[in-house]
Design a protein around this ligand. Structure first.
Ligand SMILES: N[C@@H](CCC(=O)N[C@@H](CS)C(=O)NCC(=O)O)C(=O)O
Length: 206
């Protein structure tokens, strides 16, 4: 299968998940501005929304939306490994984290990524992001190593992207020590190191 991605973008989350699960895959880099892939193809013909990630299965089927893609990967290829079983309270907790990140956390970074954003809007976005990180900090307040408890899950893979963006944007992480620890813990995983190295290589070659 092929993962359409851009280095450092939210497509890092399915990239990490595929490596965590040891799945065979090909990375296809997409230029976020031109929507042209590394091989010169029009990415919009693959995903009309023009956004990474998109996952193309070996039969040609294309899946979009990061949270949906990572749930498919876990449920289809390794049931019970990175996502609790459907219909359980634990799965509802995972879904709550994924939905929160996708619908509230992830879009809140948009203002910071937009060079045209005015200083006031940037300040408001930084404050809003701080509140979201504090909510995640609270979710770790019982000392659990990962968002769902003892084990790394899809929620951690997606939150890790938010943590890397916070670092990239120079947000002050001091109020979120547990999130900082979580970021370090996730960053030490072999699959995550490999994903970051592969994305750095693609970025350097672009
Ligand atoms: N709703 C989508 C949003 C994906 C998204 O925002 N992707 C960004 C990169 S992190 C992107 O490709 N933006 C370019 C665009 O939307 O034109 C998802 O959750 O997968």
């Amino acid at each position: 299968m092929k993962l359409y991605m851009s280095p450092g973008a939210c497509s890092l989350s399915p990239h990490i998940v595929m490596r965590e699960l040891g799945l065979p895959f090909e990375l296809v880099a997409v230029n976020g501005h031109t929507k042209i892939t590394a091989s010169g193809a029009d990415f919009r013909a693959i995903n009309p929304k023009g956004a990474v990630p998109a996952l193309q299965l070996d039969d040609g089927e294309v899946l979009t939306e990061g949270a949906a893609i990572i749930q498919f990967l876990a449920d289809h290829y390794a049931p019970g490994r990175l996502a609790p079983a459907a219909g359980t309270v634990e799965r509802a907790r995972l879904n709550a984290h994924l939905n929160f990140i996708a619908s509230e956390f992830h879009p809140a970074f948009g203002v910071l990524f937009n060079p045209a954003s005015l200083p006031g809007a940037r300040e408001a976005a930084i404050a809003a992001l701080g509140r979201k990180f504090m909510l995640m900090e609270a979710a770790l307040s019982d000392g659990r190593p990962y968002l769902l408890g003892e084990d790394f899950s899809l929620a951690d893979a997606y939150l890790f992207v938010m943590i890397t963006w916070a670092t990239m944007m120079g947000l002050d992480p001091a109020p979120w020590p547990r999130i900082q620890d979580l970021g370090r813990r996730i960053g030490e995983r072999a699959a995550v190191k490999a994903a970051l190295a592969a994305e750095a290589e693609i970025k350097a070659a672009a």
